[in-house]
Write a protein that binds this ligand. Sequence first.
Ligand code: HEM
Length: 492
Amino acid sequence: MNTLVLVLIAIAVAFLLKSAYSFFSRISNVWKALGKVPGPYAHWLTGTYIGTLETFIPAHSKLCEKYQDMFPMFYNVANFQLCISNPILLKQFLKPSISKETIIHSFFEEWVGPGILQANGPQWSRNRRLLTPAFHFDVLKSYMKVFNECADILINKWVDKAKDGKPIEILDDMSLCAFDAIIRCTCSTELNTQTHGSRHQFLIACRENTYLGESRIFNLFHHSSFLYKLSQNGRKFHRNVAYCRQFARDIILRRKAELDSQEDNENKKHYDFLDIMLKAKDSDGTGMSVDEIVHEVITFLFAGHDTTSTSLSWLLFSLACNPQCQRQCQEEIRKVTEDRNDIRWDDLSALSYTTLCVKESQRLHTTVPFIGRTLGEETTVNGYTFPKGMDLELPIYHYHHDSRWWKNPWDFDPSRFTPDNSQDRDPFCYLPFAVGTRNCIGQNFALQELKAIAAKILQRFELSTDNPTYQHIPAGVLKNKGGIYLTLKDRK
Ligand code: HEM
């Protein structure tokens, strides 16, 4: 073996040892810090919780009730976090240096790439700054037409389906509607998936990968990307990744060609978010590469349809279970719209009772039940010091059901959100769109879409259910075991 090869091997071994050393010293610092905080028993291999996603929420809620400020949550030997069960304490952890580097973020990054949802540091701040103008109110106003048209297609489908009076599963149809809306608003692309007979492959891929990504946390062998790729689930996950990337790339290249051929596109009133990225230039004149834009497109299509369709479905379910609230919304919508069919921008702010119902439904059926963060600096809270690099678990679901802040937390009571009833409540108790610098960039878009589509559905249908029970499952967003079924009666 010649000297050069020996030197290269020595460098590789030194590099591996250094990486292993920094990995283990980070883990051991976190272990030491977490070991001091009182919490539940954890087996060294299987951790605190042995079970599946289906049974996770009740088990986790019990822990939050027992350890009311914070406690260590060990998922297994390589994944442990500090769960902040008291939202008021959260304020002390949320410093500007906070990031998203938990294991679950790394799983999702393998799919959506380092887009705005998963990226950190300068890459995240550059893209957030670049994309924020795409959510300005002037831009959002122009989306009312899209929301009305997408809701009309959904309603026509439901008029047909509801004829026999049997309950229908609403989430699947709702997600096609939300997908058509987000892809039209953000990428100026019309797919009309609602009118196609079968479910679009992108939506199948999103649903499968969300479930696979969340489940991966419970299997230690699947934490390694290499081993995961060899497994059956890993192969399915990566087939979906390849499909999503190609799908996004096709949309981008088509839109790029359209923009290049439009001579007067400088006069266009506003650009959607894809146009903004295609035209963006850094100070040195370079723009975003197609690969970078692919990550953002997947992120927005995924984050922008799964959340809103889930939230809308739970809202309709809540109103079906509470006919008195439903009637009050319908009466308000009738007065505001004066029986016109289309919902206009100015109507949305006048729908005050409906807005209370949206907020209460997002509390009771928390759309994004858990999120994670990583400490960017050493932080001391309640006398405990935690090292940089330690992962935090933020159980938003628990914040929304904690009886310390919510009287009768399992009741649907929109009046909790009137200004009088909200004034003494700390805003950190209610975080449907997260909080801090990494809050939801699409929250105004989402609320606008939710109210517009819900108003149109309530104009047309009487909603009811013969099964008001539910089992919440945290599959990225909050699902119901078995789907969400409603009976729809045409009011016309
Ligand atoms: C009811 C609907 C929605 C809910 C409940 C919701 C909730 C959230 C939450 C909780 C986060 C923080 C996630 C985390 O920290 O891991 C988030 C982030 C984000 N959301 Fe939403 N979202 C909704 C709709 C939307 C829509 C319609 C879009 C796009 C049009 C969108 C785009 C994003 C993006 C890009 C981020 C990452 C922001 C960043 O890290 O800078 N969301 N959302």
